[in-house]
Every structure is written in structure tokens, then in C-alpha cells.
Design a protein around this ligand. Structure first.
Ligand SMILES: Cc1cc2nc3c(=O)[nH]c(=O)nc-3n(C[C@H](O)[C@H](O)[C@H](O)COP(=O)(O)OP(=O)(O)OC[C@H]3O[C@@H](n4cnc5c(N)ncnc54)[C@H](O)[C@@H]3O)c2cc1C
Length: 382
């Protein structure tokens, strides 16, 4: 079905990005997955071609384009299984904090490098002891003259090894009531003394992503690197989550489509009992059902994309899309593994890694249970 959300210019951009990705991204995916991280040269090329922070203001090197351009990049990278290159984390999750809340000085210092692919971004919210309950973070930022002294540890941080600048969620007021009012965001350069990269974590899926521990040991961050004002961190985080979760839903639908298409191709050529696996009614019904759900998911996500670009507040609807599309992706990849038989369990078949990669989609960017908490709250159920 033709999609209404993208214009002819968007589709031209898709073709242009696809050609770039097939030439410069695809040949590197295997190496990234083996090494557990992407490479700076590719990020740099993404920047040179204008594929990073296309939405950012032109005065800092962006193109002032709408989010749909980034949605296209998310879809194409998901379709190509280039999960190591977590473009949306850099461009659509982290960069908007700088654009929206950064001082002129902070924007001048960091945005041009981020857009060019020289300064890679990450966000450090989660800690070993707390993830969903963000207001309970323990990382402490004590004010000492013109510096904050940062102490604490962070867990599961994407771009943890390759990143140059992290938005760190820290407690500036340990006595604040309620606790979330004591939370602030600090821009921490990886080169700062006392910033320590920990282990690159060994994961079930997304093996090309450098999800890591980070430690702050008396890390002195200039007061000028406070984002917004003290105590406003939690509010800023809540404001930015709509786009983060929309990115996941967009990627999830695109990944599901790829898994489905590959499975359809597989069952058409695999034979059992003298006929193709595709000819069994069970196979046809399963794939018909999954194709229906993917189409329903995509229609919903396309509507949300249009609403998001218009500037509508769609927190509840985006939460619905996040849990529903990622649950679908998990069910879909499990069914597709089954339809591949034993080959579906072999890493050399992409469906096996699709299955492993899908597992995290319902966990990060707010777990699917937290999505339902948000929806229930919007329904007036407290
Ligand atoms: C690959 C990967 C990349 C990540 N990247 C980043 C990153 O870049 N930056 C970052 O800050 N974090 C990142 N995370 C962390 C991620 O956001 C957290 O794992 C997630 O928010 C869940 O937190 P948790 O792991 O502490 O689980 P917990 O909060 O301990 O949750 C455990 C279980 O309890 C459930 N639960 C918790 N509270 C409730 C409730 N109120 N009602 C019902 N059920 C509840 C959860 O849904 C979950 O099922 C990443 C994680 C992974 C795995």
C-alpha cells in the first residue's frame, strides 16, 4: 500500500541514503558485529553526507529538515540490519537535548561536531541499581566553585566505547522532595579526568553495539556544562521520550518487515514431504496473520509520524506503538525461526540474529510494562 506520510522529496532522500548505505555501511556490518562496535570513519562519512542531525538548525551545520528524514534512515538501517550504527541515538535522542535546551555556547561547542560525525553522543540514565525508576538515580553531582564533581556509575550505555560526549543524569540535590526535582543533566566529555569507560558488555543480541558501563570518579565537569537549570533534568527527559520511543517503533516495524520478507522467500524454496514449506496451510496462515499485523503496525506508526512532525503531543499513543510493535517483533521473529526449522537456529541465517536482536526492543527506551503504566495513567487509572 502506498504510504502517505512521505513526500516525493523524502523518497528521493530514501534512494540516496539507501545507495550510500549499501555502498558504505553494508560491507562493514559483519566486522562491527564481530568487534562489538561500529567505526568512527563511517560515522564521519554519515556526517559528511548530511545524514546526521538533518533536523538541526542550519546555523550549526544542520539542514533544518523534519523528523521524517531521520525516520527514513532508521527504516533503511533496520532493513539492512545495520544495528551497530545507532544513528537515532546520536541524532534523534541525544542531539535534540542540545538543540532544545543547550545554551548558545554549548550549541556552538558541540553541535557542529555532532552533525559532522566528529563528536559522537550518548545518554547515561540507567545505573546498576535503577533503570525504570529513573527518579532513583544515585550518581551524585556536587557543586564545587565553577565545577560539578561527579561520582557514580552507569549501566547499559549505548555508544559507551565510541562516544565522545554523554548527557549524564545526576542528582544535584539529594534532599529534593519529590526526588525527581533534584535531578539535573550534565554534558560530560569523555576526555574529562575521572570519566572512566568500563566493560563493553557481552549481550544476547545487537552484538555490534558497544553497550557499556561508565564510571565517574571525582569527575570535574564545568558548571557551564549544565544543560538547562538545576533540578530540571527529569522534566527534560520526559519531554524528549516521545521521539525516542517513536524511533523504536519505526525501527521495529521495519525490522519485522525484513524478517517477514526473508521468511517468505525461505519457505518458498524449502521443501518437505515433496512440496514447499510455503504450500502448507499452517505456513500460509501464520505468515498471513503476521503480514496483517505488520501492516496494521505500520499504518499506526505512519499516523504517529505525521502527528509528531505536526508537533502534536502523542505521549500515550507513542507508548502504545512502542509496546505493540516491539511485542509483535518478538512474536514475529519467534514464528519466523520456527518456519525456518533447524536453520532458523543457526547464526548464519539472519533470522536467528533477528530473533536475538528483537529481545531487547521491549526492554530499552522504557520497558513495555512502563509503556502500559503511562497509557493507564492517561486513561485516568492511578
Ligand atoms: C542493549 C541496551 C542498550 C541500552 N542503552 C541505554 C542507554 O544508551 N542509556 C541508558 O541510560 N540506558 C540504556 N539501556 C538501559 C535500559 O533503558 C534499561 O535496561 C531499561 O530502562 C530497564 O531498566 P532495568 O534494566 O533497570 O530494569 P528494571 O527497572 O529493574 O525492570 C525489571 C522488570 O521490572 C519491570 N518493572 C519495573 N517497574 C515496573 C512498574 N512500575 N510496573 C510494572 N513493572 C515494572 C520492568 O518492566 C522489567 O520487566 C540499555 C539497555 C540495553 C539492554
Amino acid at each position: 500500500m502506498r504510504r502517505d506520510v512521505f513526500s516525493a522529496e523524502h523518497e528521493l532522500f530514501r534512494d540516496q541514503f539507501r545507495r550510500f548505505a549499501e555502498r558504505e555501511v553494508v560491507p562493514r556490518i559483519e566486522g562491527w558485529d564481530a568487534r562489538g562496535m561500529s567505526d568512527r570513519a563511517t560515522w564521519k562519512r554519515m556526517g559528511e553526507e548530511g545524514f546526521l542531525g538533518a533536523h538541526a538548525p542550519a546555523e550549526y551545520g544542520g539542514a533544518g529538515q523534519d523528523f521524517l528524514y531521520d525516520a527514513i534512515v532508521i527504516e533503511e538501517l533496520a532493513d539492512l540490519r545495520a544495528h551497530a550504527l545507532m544513528m537515532y541515538l546520536h541524532s534523534d535522542i541525544c542531539m535534540p537535548y542540545l538543540v532544545r535546551y543547550g545554551s548558545v555556547e554549548q550549541k556552538r561547542r558541540y553541535l557542529p561536531g555532532a552533525i559532522a560525525g566528529d563528536v559522537l553522543l550518548g545518554i547515561a540514565m540507567t545505573e546498576p541499581g535503577t533503570g525504570s525508576d529513573l527518579a532513583a538515580v544515585q550518581t551524585r553531582a556536587r557543586r564545587e566553585g565553577d565545577f560539578y564533581v561527579l561520582d557514580g556509575s552507569k549501566m547499559f550505555i549505548s555508544n559507551g566505547q565510541i562516544g565522545d560526549l554523554f548527557i549524564v543524569v545526576a542528582r544535584t540535590d539529594p534532599d529534593a522532595q519529590p526526588a525527581h526535582r533534584g535531578i539535573s543533566l550534565l554534558l560530560v566529555e569523555a576526555a574529562t579526568q575521572g570519566f572512566v569507560r568500563g566493560r563493553k558488555l557481552d549481550k544476547l543480541g545487537l552484538r555490534g553495539q558497544d553497550t557499556s558501563e561508565l564510571f565517574f570518579e571525582g569527575c570535574r565537569v564545568p558548571v557551564a556544562n549544565l544543560l538547562g537549570h538545576e533540578g530540571e533534568g527529569f522534566r527534560m527527559l520526559m519531554e524528549q521520550l516521545q521521539q525516542e520511543r517513536l524511533c523504536i517503533a519505526v525501527g521495529s516495524v521495519a525490522s519485522s518487515r525484513r524478517s517477514l520478507e526473508d521468511t517468505i522467500a525461505y519457505v518458498k524454496q524449502r521443501r518437505a514431504f515433496g512440496r514447499t514449506v510455503a504450500s502448507f496451510q499452517n505456513t500460509q496462515f501464520k505468515l498471513a496473520e503476521l503480514a496483517t499485523e505488520v501492516e496494521v503496525g505500520r499504518s499506526f506508526v505512519d499516523r504517529l509520524l505525521a502527528a509528531h512532525v505536526r508537533g502534536d503531543e502523542i505521549v500515550a499513543e507513542v507508548s502504545m506503538a512502542k509496546w505493540w510493535t516491539t511485542d509483535l517483533q518478538k512474536r514475529l521473529t519467534a514464528e519466523c525461526v520456527q518456519l525456518h526449522g533447524g536453520y532458523g537456529f543457526m547464526r548464519e541465517y539472519p533470522i536467528a540474529t533477528d530473533f536475538a536482536d528483537a529481545a531487547v526492543q521491549s526492554i530499552y527506551a522504557g520497558t513495555n510494562e512502563i509503556m502500559k503504566v503511562i497509557i493507564a495513567r492517561q486513561l485516568g487509572l492511578e
